[in-house]
Ligand binder design. Sequence first.
Ligand code: SF4
Length: 447
Amino acid sequence: MKTLKNLETEIKEKGLKYYIITYGCQMNAHESEKIAGLLESIGYIPANSKEDADFIIFNTCCIRENAEQKTFGNVGRIKKLKQLNRELLVSVCGCMMQQESAAKKLMKTFPFVDIVFGTYNLHELPEMILACKSSPDPIYRAPEIGELHDDVPQKRSEGPLASVNIMYGCNNFCSYCIVPYVRGRERSRSANDVISEVAGLTSQGFREVMLLGQNVNSYDGGLNFAQLLKQICEETDIPRIRFMTSHPKDLSDELIGVIAAHPQICRHIHLPVQSGSSRILQEMNRKYTREAYIALAEKIRKNIPGIAVTTDIIVGFPGETDADFAQTLSLVKELRFDSAFTFVYSPRNGTRAARMPNQVDEETQARRIKELVALQNRITEERNHEYEGRSMEVLVEGISARNPKHVCGRTSTSKMVNFEGDASLIGNFVNVKITHGKKTTLFGTLN
Ligand code: SF4
């Protein structure tokens, strides 16, 4: 019988390559780093494209319906490659595969897919590849929400930024959201593990860490989230710390105080509001009102001067009237977010909102999102203009995708800045004089 050692030898001798296609949020992007780490630990090397790969993995997302449709379309297109290369392995994993119905539908639609598994089986990938090599049938690991397996090898993306999961799952059951069903209840990593991972990343040369969780403010790993941030600041030399995502109902005064007192914690809070109507917020089970959210955002801005506040907004939630939507527009005008991710509500099977009456028709949703996006774009641009003439500290992340003579990086307030420079600047903190603030980016010159 073939062993993992035999498998590793075969992969190395044949020079087999992998290619990962990632959908969805930063948690998923970070899980793809773990998949890459696991595959490289058994000898796979990265491919430049899917055409060049011997193993293609789709790491899926199920937050929105169109993410699912996109996945099905893209997996379907791989059939041609599979016909050209009989040795090619195809795997589909991630949140979408945590739902048994979606996994079964995928396997039925695309019988050429070799390995299907959910987020909690990721650490078993080498064993699944081994099993697949000697099985005529696809390998399917049932999507059980199991133990945390954080000790898998990780292949960090290049550059000065690193992500660190601090917790998994969510207890909130917002009525539109599938996450608690696919990621399970909240489980926090121990504070010691998180702090030593950050210290290790710092000594490897990373300059900024992003602490990730569905609701970081309810972190409970022996310390609460505010205490964890404070300890990271005091016990490591990491120059910059970001975190996401924050639920407004759990954002404490203690946390605001810790951020205010520690300049290495970025001046940026992503604080999803979702709606400006208290009635809709209640239907969404968000557990705060419009007034409470506004008061919180104002308190954050007052106590942490210069902080950027960004948000997520859903339009067209079931039962949303024109008057509710007007409340969202007025909240956006009042709070003038630095930027916002805006979404049209899409029902997810199994959630309470999907069963609600009064689903909003597509035409109304389209009209509302257009109006909201136009308003927020104008505000974002105006806010970006406010940076003109200021000198900002920027952590250089890489060469600009648009201009090879430019580099790009972020301010502590999470504004992307482009300016003339070369690869030698990557990973450095530099001061940049902002000359133009555009819709999505600031432009400047080194000073
Ligand atoms: S807080 Fe709400 S929206 Fe966010 S992951 Fe949890 S249930 Fe979903």
